[in-house]
Design a protein around this ligand. Structure first.
Ligand code: AMP
Ligand code: FE
Ligand code: FE
Ligand code: ZN
Length: 286
């Protein structure tokens, strides 16, 4: 019973429409898929209407958060939120703020690159985004590809879009404790996404994950393409120590990433435990 709990659509920085994601999930042989676009629930309705017979959809989102790094500083973490009420006022307002900030920040990055002679048109980058959608660096990577400046999204990140690059513009993300509380208030459950994905930038220490567990975090995403085997073992042991649930997911982004849907999966009993804790939105059965 393959279960993949982390996938993006064109409502954020994936390339499949929500309906296409459902079709791709069926084609990949999945029984359960979660839609987890960054900072939006805009794809839920279309995805829900397109769940193939026999499949289940877990509505969710991925929230960009700022967290203590456990070493005296801060770093970015991603929080997967499932089965929350998307109309919860505080959450709705914060997601709307994050989308606006993402768009402003994407435009600034495009402007910086255009000013340096890169073949990107900030207006065109923004015009291609659906209204009120959360723009992200993959959209700028696509523009750089169209302009012939890079050959792949990965190359764009490695050369120009990483946090160390002079073209990178930071965002003001939600404090992670606040985000956990907001999702809990909306009846949802939270799982820390790819906590030890070092290639993306600085990561939190184990003590921070313990603090998040105390705050109400339900699980950690252990099996993720950006975690190598020793990292998975370390996280699995930590999850056991902290009584956290363990998930596995592809973090599918369509053609913006090379991972396949269902490349990593979650055990059915872990999904059952997450569903049992949630009350903000129903699982959608096809
Ligand atoms: P942003 O949301 O603008 O901060 O950009 C981060 C997004 O880009 C995340 O959703 C990642 O999945 C994606 N991303 C990060 N690094 C890479 C990479 N090397 N190649 C492709 N996508 C990436
Ligand atoms: Fe993404
Ligand atoms: Fe993420
Ligand atoms: Zn993701």
């Amino acid at each position: 019973m393959p279960i993949d709990l982390h996938a993006h659509t064109a409502c954020s920085d994936g390339t499949d429409s929500p309906a296409e994601l459902m079709a791709a999930a069926a084609a990949a042989g999945l029984d359960v898929v979660a839609i987890t676009d960054h900072d939006t629930s805009a794809g839920w309705a279309e995805a829900s209407a397109a769940v193939p017979a026999g499949m289940r959809l877990i509505p969710g989102a991925e929230l960009s958060c700022e967290s203590p790094d456990g070493l005296g500083g801060t770093c970015t973490v991603h929080l997967l939120a499932y089965l929350f009420d998307p109309e919860s006022p505080a959450l709705k307002a914060e997601q709307s703020r994050l989308r606006a900030e993402r768009r402003l920040r994407l435009r600034r990055m495009a402007e910086r690159m255009a000013a340096d002679g890169f073949p990107v048109d900030p207006d065109d980058v923004m015009d291609r985004l659906p209204a009120d959608s959360p723009g992200g660096r993959p959209h700028l990577a696509q523009a750089l590809m169209r302009g012939g400046a890079v050959r792949s999204v990965d190359e764009a990140f490695a050369k120009y879009l990483g946090t160390g690059s002079s073209y990178h513009v930071p965002r003001t993300d939600t404090p992670v404790g606040t985000a956990i509380d907001m999702i809990a208030d909306a009846g949802g459950v939270t799982v820390l996404a790819h906590p030890f994905a070092r290639r993306r930038g600085p990561i939190v220490t184990a003590s921070v994950i313990a603090d998040l567990a105390d705050r109400g975090l339900s699980g950690v995403e252990v099996d993720h393409p950006d975690h190598d085997e020793p990292t998975r073992q370390q996280l699995r042991a930590l999850a056991a120590d902290l009584s956290l649930l363990v998930t596995g997911s592809s973090d599918y982004h369509g053609t913006n990433k090379t991972v396949r849907l269902g490349q990593e999966t979650t055990a059915p009993e872990m999904l059952d435990a997450l569903v049992d804790k949630a009350s903000g939105a129903p699982v959608v059965v096809g």
